[in-house]
Design a protein around this ligand. Structure first.
Ligand SMILES: NC(=O)c1ccc[n+]([C@@H]2O[C@H](COP(=O)([O-])OP(=O)(O)OC[C@H]3O[C@@H](n4cnc5c(N)ncnc54)[C@H](OP(=O)(O)O)[C@@H]3O)[C@@H](O)[C@H]2O)c1
Length: 340
């Protein structure tokens, strides 16, 4: 029987997760929530996704706008196996008890603290630890990028030291309350929270991160420098390992992808999963092994990278005996994340 899924919070992440769930052969999207009618509510109606009322939003506003409601969040919780909480930062924590009381499994996002759920989750890294649990937290976009990269290097070559600087986008494209800033803002918290967050997935990862916010809405870029315990023979071997791993896309020099504008143009050209880029993006020319020292850049599309992770998290929680490789394959095929 298909897993019955609800999405609470139909914004940047929620609408993408909802679309992805609808593409899965083993899942049914029961409905999504809105607190107010808006263009995103219209999107749900036009896609024939039942809309439920969340928060304290007035039902009358939906009636006045002619936007039909199928019920309230409690009604939605009464008809799903799992709820994917995609509400703004910290709201998920407020919702956690409600999900528990309703007896539904719950998936939270990276804007919540780790203790909101039984485990932090990133499919390539720790799918198995989530199997059979009642709640997980899909780590943030940046931490997902780090955890995926760690899944390539840690087991193969060992990591003695990893230093990363995260160059972060200032806002998402649809945000107008804050925006690209005329400046470069260092995050004056050292290390930044991303390293400790990565250790909720890889407890012993010797990573230290710093972050800086720059005036763009197109992706984050990480600069990484690692000291490997058992280095491979060549840079080519490193490139081949990333290429062979799902959810990585490497651009060759001849493709002339200079930076994030071309990456997002590539995503639009290829129509991959709603013009998004759900894979970690690496440049072949931006990977270099020098003895035991590995350097590489990677770019992370903040709006979409966690979407396949949420789909896999649903399977890990709700499909008894589910396996990482099988789930990742199904998710990637249905979302159009092809291997080159
Ligand atoms: N955007 C990113 O780059 C990104 C990347 C990875 C992870 N995340 C994480 O994903 C989560 C969601 O972020 P987001 O970027 O999708 O935020 P978002 O674009 O602001 O969307 C959240 C949506 O939740 C709705 N909402 C507000 N209060 C609610 C409530 N009490 N109950 C139900 N819905 C409510 C809002 O719509 P209405 O009030 O109009 O219904 C809003 O559209 C956060 O934890 C965030 O840290 C975000």
């Amino acid at each position: 029987m298909a897993v019955r899924v609800g999405v609470n919070g139909f914004g940047t992440i929620g609408k993408r997760v909802a679309d992805a769930v609808r593409k899965q052969p083993d899942m049914t999207l029961v409905g999504v929530t809105k607190t107010t009618p808006s263009f995103e509510a219209r999107r749900a109606v036009e896609r024939k996704i039942p809309l439920y009322l969340a928060g304290d939003g007035p039902r009358s506003e939906f009636e006045a706008a002619g936007v039909p409601l199928a019920g309230t969040l409690d009604d939605l919780l009464g008809s799903v196996d799992v709820i994917v909480d995609c509400t703004p930062d910290k709201v998920g924590k407020e919702n956690a008890a409600r999900y528990r009381d309703a007896g539904v499994r719950a998936i939270f996002q990276g804007g919540e603290k780790p203790d909101v759920a039984e485990a932090s989750f990133s499919a390539l890294a720790n799918f198995d630890t989530a199997v059979g649990k009642r709640s997980v937290r899909v780590v943030s976009c940046n931490t997902t990028g780090i955890a995926r990269a760690a899944s390539v290097v840690v087991g193969r070559w060992g990591v003695e030291r990893w230093e990363a600087t995260l160059v972060r986008r200032a806002a998402d494209p649809a945000e107008s309350k804050r925006g690209p800033i005329n400046g470069i803002l260092p995050t004056l918290q050292l290390p930044s929270h991303h390293g400790p967050d990565a250790r909720t997935i890889y407890p012993d990862l010797p990573i230290a991160t710093m972050a800086v916010v720059v005036p763009t809405t197109l992706m984050h870029v990480h600069t990484n420098r690692l000291r490997l315990a058992r280095p491979p023979a060549s840079t080519a071997e490193v490139v081949a390992a990333f290429r062979a791993t799902p959810r990585f896309r490497l651009f060759a020099p001849w493709e002339r992808v200079d930076g994030t504008p071309q990456v997002m143009e590539f995503a639009r050209d290829h129509g991959v999963a709603g013009d998004d880029m759900m894979e970690n993006v690496l440049w072949e020319a931006g990977v270099r092994l020098d003895g035991a020292d590995l350097s590489f850049f990677q770019a992370i599309h903040q709006e979409s990278i966690v979407v396949p992770e949420n789909v896999d998290a649903i399977r890990a929680l709700c499909v008894p005996g589910s396996r990482a490789a099988e789930s990742i394959r199904t998710t990637d095929q249905t979302l159009g994340l092809s291997r080159p």
